[in-house]
Design a protein around this ligand. Structure first.
Ligand code: CP
Length: 345
């Protein structure tokens, strides 16, 4: 079948069909193999991709810029402070009486697509960042790509599973362990949600380990459970830092995330609480109990807290391969949604 997602917004992989996910991954792998082939390097010729960053980034900004260049186009970096935008309790608003409706429709006349990053520290309430993306998507008739919001990070999820497949083949029936880890960064849910959603969607068993009190939002867990039910796979929650590491596990993702009361207690209180739980770290002794598991992480890694150096730099760590895949998955998304490239699966 031929998959066509021209004009589609990519806000979370949960809103793509499994065939669309497979098509993006297939194209991304081909683009990785034939990186500078002329069949790809003019797809966005003379086109501009806008990148709106409310929060900082290393991988996302650079990989999207490189992706636009390698497709023959140009990526333009925009910051709210240079765009007359201000934050409100509802998220973000355009100043000088200009609404998102007006600004978005103008931007769509200039660009082939737009990416937005807006994390929890740029909004007051959980979900406001995602709502902002949906508001831009409502008014722009070119694709909106989520470059990480307070709920989802689809490009990261696609790059995770691309790396996992490259190293271990078909993921169906394999087990991923997503474990909370201590740290001093009070990290967002977006990469964690996206990995849980896409791995369960692609037929993996999911183990989720975290200390009591660090539940992820119920609506996302309900989706992960449903994905597992539909695939006949297992979903388990374990409130113990050691017990989830066993011989079923083929992938370990160890990552800090903030507690559900983060928006009330704030970053400092969250960090003070989380940094004490030093038992929650991925180390070699735990990895040795698994089925030769690969270590995965979206980066930046909080070494010595989320994971030991021994594991992060060890032979089973595929974090750099996954980070590289951001470039290839984003090229595939841009080629399909903005240039209209169709992919046979
Ligand atoms: N993983 C990720 O999105 O990295 P950056 O925050 O550096 O973009």
């Amino acid at each position: 079948m031929l998959v066509d997602i021209k004009g589609k917004d990519v806000l979370t992989t949960q809103e793509l069909s499994v065939d669309e996910i497979k098509a993006i991954l297939k194209l991304a792998k081909e683009m990785k193999k034939d990186r500078f082939d002329k069949k790809f390097n003019q797809l966005l010729k003379d086109k501009t991709f806008l990148m709106f960053f409310f929060n900082p980034s290393l991988r996302t900004r650079i990989s999207f810029e490189a992706a636009a260049t390698e497709l023959g186009g140009h990526a333009q970096f925009l910051e709210p402070k240079t765009m007359r935008l201000k934050k409100t309790s509802q998220g973000v608003e355009v100043q000088a009486g200009e609404t998102i409706e007006d600004a978005a429709q103008v931007l769509a006349r200039y660009a082939a697509g737009m990416g937005i990053r807006i994390l929890e520290t740029s909004v007051k309430h959980y979900g406001d960042g995602n709502a902002l993306l949906r508001e831009y998507a409502r008014w722009m008739n070119v694709p909106i790509i989520n470059m990480a919001d307070d709920k989802y990070h689809p490009c990261q999820g696609l790059s995770d599973v691309m790396g996992m497949e490259e190293h271990r083949g078909d993921l169906k029936g394999k087990t991923v362990l997503m474990s909370w880890a201590h740290g001093a960064l009070a990290r967002s849910y977006c990469s964690v949600h996206e990995n849980l959603l896409i791995t369960s969607r692609l037929g993996m068993n999911v183990k989720l380990a975290y200390p009591k009190g660090y539940d992820l939002p119920e609506e996302e867990i309900a989706k992960v459970k449903k994905n597992c039910e539909m695939n006949g796979t297992k979903f388990e929650i374990i409130n113990d830092p050691y017990a989830a590491y066993n011989e079923d596990v083929e992938f370990v993702y160890s990552r800090n995330w903030f507690g559900p009361d983060f928006y009330e207690i704030g970053k400092e209180a969250e960090i003070a609480r989380a940094r004490k739980m030093t038992d929650w770290i991925c180390d070699q002794e735990r990895m040795d109990r698994t089925n030769n598991a690969l270590f995965i992480h979206p980066m930046p890694v909080d070494r010595g807290k989320e994971v030991t150096d021994e594991v992060a730099s060890g032979p089973n760590s595929i974090i750099t391969d996954i980070a590289e895949n951001r470039l290839h998955t984003q090229k595939a998304i841009m080629a399909m949604t903005m240039a209209g490239l169709k992919v046979k699966i």
